[in-house]
Write a protein that binds this ligand. Sequence first.
Ligand code: PEP
Ligand code: MN
Length: 337
Amino acid sequence: MLVRLKLGTPESVARDILSRLRMAGLAVHRTAHEGRIRIAAVGDLSAVDWAEVARWEGVDGAEPLKRPFKLASRAFHPHDTIVSVGRADIGSDQIVLMAGPCSIEGETQAFTIAEAVARAGATVMRGGAYKPRTSPYAFQGLGEEGLKLLRRAADAFGLAVVSEVMDSQQVPLLARYADILQIGARNMQNYALLREVGHADKPVLLKRGLASTIEEWLLSAEHIMAQGNSQVILCERGIRTFETYTRNTLDLNAVPVVKELSHLPIVVDPSHGVGIRDKVAPMARAAVAAGADGLIIEVHHDPDRALSDGPQSLYPEQFTELVQQIRTIAEVVGRRV
Ligand code: PEP
Ligand code: MN
């Protein structure tokens, strides 16, 4: 239920409304839009007489939040959420560029790539230390050692850090090193993990599941937000379809659809979305044209020897050239890099 308060409702009255709703057994979340407080009340709504609530002092109106996701919905929170980390304001007019290797493999690799992507214009460095690999025999990441290298390399070039957390026990460790906690596609419906990052004091980059609908994805965001963490960045990374010429099918439809349904920022990962190096740049350009708030792209200085996802990693020069193109496209859609 959405409870809208009148303009200028004193804080004491707002608190009273919140506590009365809580006393009815509901969980309440508040936001403000154009100076008016808005409250989302979730739980067993039948416990409350909503016509009566609409007459409470300070209340302007109460209406149902019709979508299954509530806190993630634009109906609750009409203006865009901006998630700020370091120099990146994700969801603002800035197109945020996140780039780096699929996996952190060593010191030289991490520093070489950090320098290249920072110089090209990235503000966030990506790099996995705990890798969800389809095969148990594939490289699984360097673990905490990888996180340390990623942090040092990113700091050396003024970049923020995004890295994947694979299970709930790892959240405190990842939160020590990363500025943004990445939930991988395979874990989009790992509700114990979503709950745990929902309690973390760090933004979460939530990748879309391999075969998830937009609604399921937004409900996963809702799981995080319901625990109190509203700093969620959605990431479209391709879904599985019958097509076999590409690794996945990058669903750019999701960008304008999410923009209408939700206030959360959305970034696009064309690297996993298409899975083929020379197709990454065209899809990255298309993502920005479609209204994405940023890109997350795999870059490697020696992709033939990369321990994961070499075939879809851009060479640093390709990334640099792409950023130039993105600057031009950003301007056309009223954004900037
Ligand atoms: C990754 O970012 O390297 C990764 C494993 O992504 P996804 O979860 O989208 O497959
Ligand atoms: Mn990868």
